[in-house]
Design a protein around this ligand. Structure first.
Ligand code: GLA
Length: 385
């Protein structure tokens, strides 16, 4: 699905578009489930993206067309409800947030489509929210800055869609930078770019093709376990507003007061925050071996402490541990399936991917999809050429 296809479809349906927007999906190099604990994450926007064509509507209705699904929602921006079309709710949520912030959203037409794999944990939903938010902001001169566009997109997902996600995905989609990883402090929203020009290595995603229905419910369970840990530390007299403020010695001191599972969840978050900082340092030093090691450590924590991995993703990570061309790997995103992200020597990718696809098929009877993730800029208005 490229820009031309979207533009042509728009012209057929609604005339010439006023603007085109590109909004990418993301990978997360490291820092999983740390965002809602106000810690650190290290995502990057990648070349799997959604393209939007937009213009004010020529009638009173708004027209929102998902080209990949060939589905349209016609609606009134002044009076709409949650749709049965799941995809449409990400867009409606954005309009709802804009209105809650006091902005006028006149009727508009939009056609969008892209190549972000669904259910792979590459944040197609964030790309959809952010692309529409950036597009409507430009189309109707709303004057909202990019951080606020990120925040309202996240809120659209929390409140309208009902998924209690953190801020990482939307932030990465909007603030991603070509050939750089984005270190985000999820408390202050300060961010810093680290060169991820990883010479002869590439970020490779293997899609397990597993998406357990557990993901949403277990995601919320993890969130409340973290909150439980914070509440306990506060009760014990510690000055912590989130797990960001906790340390390992602090946790160890009070271990006997903790429910064992909650203790492990909290320990994982505290260690994962440190791993993000270590991984950033490794990138700055161009020390890819240490960087890869951090990915494996993160996987270990997700498997044994946070318990969000599944046999399929564990298998995929374990299969290539002895390959010298693979520097590290881990399950990526919310958990319970989705993609694993690996750092692999470019010349060896085909061989390793073919071998892995075969063993994966033998073991789980599932087809392995492979994506090379090239790091690109965040959401932008496209210059017409
Ligand atoms: C999902 C959420 C993010 C983040 C990750 C886990 O992708 O949308 O906010 O919490 O899971 O790191």
């Amino acid at each position: 699905m490229n820009k031309q296809t979207i533009q042509t479809e728009f012209e057929t349906r609604y005339g010439k578009p006023t603007l085109l927007v590109r909004s990418p999906g993301r990978v997360n190099l490291i820092g999983e489930h740390t965002d809602y604990n106000l810690g650190f994450v290290l995502p990057a926007a990648v070349d799997k993206e959604i393209i939007f064509a937009l213009s004010p509507s020529s009638d009173k209705q708004s027209h929102f067309h998902a080209l990949d699904l060939n589905e349209t929602l016609d609606f009134d921006t002044q009076n709409f409800q949650k749709s049965e079309k799941t995809w449409a709710n990400y867009g409606l949520g954005v309009i709802d947030q804009l209105q809650q912030l006091g902005h006028q959203v006149p009727a508009f037409s939009c056609v969008f489509g892209g190549n972000i794999p669904q259910g792979a944990g590459m944040s197609s939903s964030a790309a959809l929210e952010c692309g529409l938010a950036v597009g409507l902001n430009e189309l109707f001169n709303l004057g909202i800055d990019r951080v606020d566009l990120v925040k309202l997109s996240q809120k659209a997902e929390n409140e309208f869609v009902g998924m209690n996600c953190g801020i990482m995905d939307q932030f990465a989609s909007v603030f991603g930078k070509d050939r750089h990883a984005l270190k985000l402090d999820c408390r202050s929203l300060e961010y810093e770019y680290y060169p991820a020009d990883i010479s002869e290595y590439k970020l490779v995603l293997f899609n397990s093709a597993v998406k357990h229905s557990l993901v949403d419910s277990e995601y919320n369970v993890r969130r409340s376990q973290c909150e439980e840990g914070v509440a306990l530390l506060q009760k014990l007299g510690e000055n912590v507003a989130s797990l960001r403020d906790a340390t390992l010695p602090m946790l160890e001191k009070y271990q006997s007061h903790f429910d064992e599972v909650v203790y492990h969840r909290c320990a994982y978050i505290v260690k994962e925050n440190q791993r993000v900082l270590d991984a950033c340092q490794a990138l700055a030093n161009q020390d890819l071996a240490t960087f890869g090691q951090k990915l494996y450590e993160s996987q270990h924590g997700m498997q044994y402490e946070y318990e969000i991995t599944v046999p399929e993703t564990e298998f995929l990570v374990d299969q290539t541990r002895d390959e010298p061309a693979v520097l590290g790997g881990r399950q990526m995103g919310g958990g319970f399936g989705g993609c694993i992200i690996n750092l692999i020597e470019e010349a060896e990718i085909d061989r390793i991917a073919n071998q892995l696809a075969q063993t994966y098929k033998e073991k789980f009877n599932l087809d392995l999809e492979v994506y090379i993730a090239d790091i690109v800029n965040g959401t932008e208005i496209m210059i017409d050429d």
